[in-house]
Design a protein around this ligand. Structure first.
Ligand code: ZN
Ligand code: ZN
Length: 244
C-alpha cells in the first residue's frame, strides 16, 4: 500500500513517520484534521461523501490517499463514496474535538485571549499535543464545561462523569459557591433564549459579580443590592470564577 512505500506505518492506531523529521508528525496532523472535519460535518447533519471532504479539505492535495490510509487503519469505512466512522475512528475524533474545544475555553475564559484568530490557531496546535490526562485536568480546572465558546458540544471525558477533582477548579458553577463567596460570571450555558433574556434582565450576565447569600432551603444570590432567588438547575448552568 502507498503509505508503506512512504516509510510510514500505523502503530497502535496512530500513524507514525519513520524516520521522524521532528517530534511533530505532519501526516498524523493531516489524519487528525480529516477526522475532525468528518466529525463536525456529521454534527451539522447530512451525508458525508468523498467529494464533500475533498472540497472542504482543499489544502491537503492527496485527500483520496489519506482516506485510503484511514480505511486501512480502521478509522473510517466507505460505502459507495459515503464515508462513516468506525468505532475507533469516532473515539479518536472525539478526543481531538474535546481537546480543541476545551483549549478554546481555556484560552478564552482563563487566559483571556481576545483575538479569535489566536484562539483558533492555538487550539488547533494544542489538540494534537495534549495527552488525554492533561485534557481531563484542563476540563476539571474549567469546571467541566459542556460547550465551547461557539456553543458547540464538548464530548465529555471520564472526569466529567464523576466530576473528579484532580486539579483545583478555577471555574465553578454558581451553585458551588459557598455562602458569602463571590464570583464573576464567565458564561451561561443555555440554549433557552427566553430564560437567558430573563437572567439578563436581572443583571445575571457575563462580567457581573454575584455573591452567594443563602444556599438553603433555596439559592439566593446578591447582584449588587438586589437579592435573587435562583433555581438550582439554572445556577448549575452559570459558570463563575471565584473573586473572594
Ligand atoms: Zn469552538
Ligand atoms: Zn470533565
Amino acid at each position: 500500500m502507498a503509505w508503506r512505500n512512504r516509510g510510514r506505518r500505523w502503530r497502535g492506531g496512530r500513524l507514525v513517520s519513520k524516520p521522524k523529521p521532528s517530534n511533530f508528525d505532519y501526516r498524523q496532523t493531516d489524519v487528525d484534521e480529516l477526522l475532525e472535519l468528518i466529525y463536525t460535518l456529521m454534527e451539522s447533519g447530512g451525508e458525508i461523501t468523498v467529494e464533500k471532504l475533498k472540497m472542504k479539505n482543499e489544502q491537503v492535495p492527496d485527500t483520496d490517499e489519506l482516506l485510503a490510509e484511514m480505511v486501512a487503519a480502521g478509522l473510517i469505512s466507505t460505502n459507495k463514496n459515503v464515508v462513516s466512522f468506525t468505532e475507533q475512528g469516532r473515539v479518536e475524533a472525539e478526543k481531538l474535538i474535546r481537546a480543541h474545544r476545551l483549549a478554546e475555553r481555556l484560552l478564552t475564559d482563563v487566559l483571556l485571549v481576545e483575538e479569535e484568530r489566536d484562539i483558533e490557531n492555538q487550539a488547533c496546535e494544542m489538540e494534537h499535543i495534549l495527552k488525554p490526562e492533561i485534557v481531563d485536568n484542563i476540563c476539571t480546572i474549567l469546571g467541566h464545561p459542556r460547550t465551547c465558546p461557539h456553543g458547540h458540544e464538548i464530548p465529555p471525558g471520564a472526569c466529567c462523569m464523576d466530576r473528579k477533582r484532580t486539579a483545583a477548579p478555577a471555574v465553578l458553577t454558581l451553585d458551588e459557591l459557598r455562602s458569602g463567596e463571590s464570583g464573576r460570571i464567565l458564561y451561561i450555558e443555555t440554549t433557552d433564549h427566553a430564560r437567558l433574556d430573563k437572567l439578563t434582565t436581572f443583571g445575571i450576565l457575563p462580567g457581573t459579580i454575584v455573591r452567594m447569600h443563602q444556599r438553603q432551603p433555596s439559592l439566593v444570590v446578591l447582584v449588587g443590592e438586589t437579592q435573587l432567588a435562583l433555581d438550582r438547575e439554572i445556577a448549575q448552568n452559570i459558570h463563575v470564577v471565584k473573586t473572594e
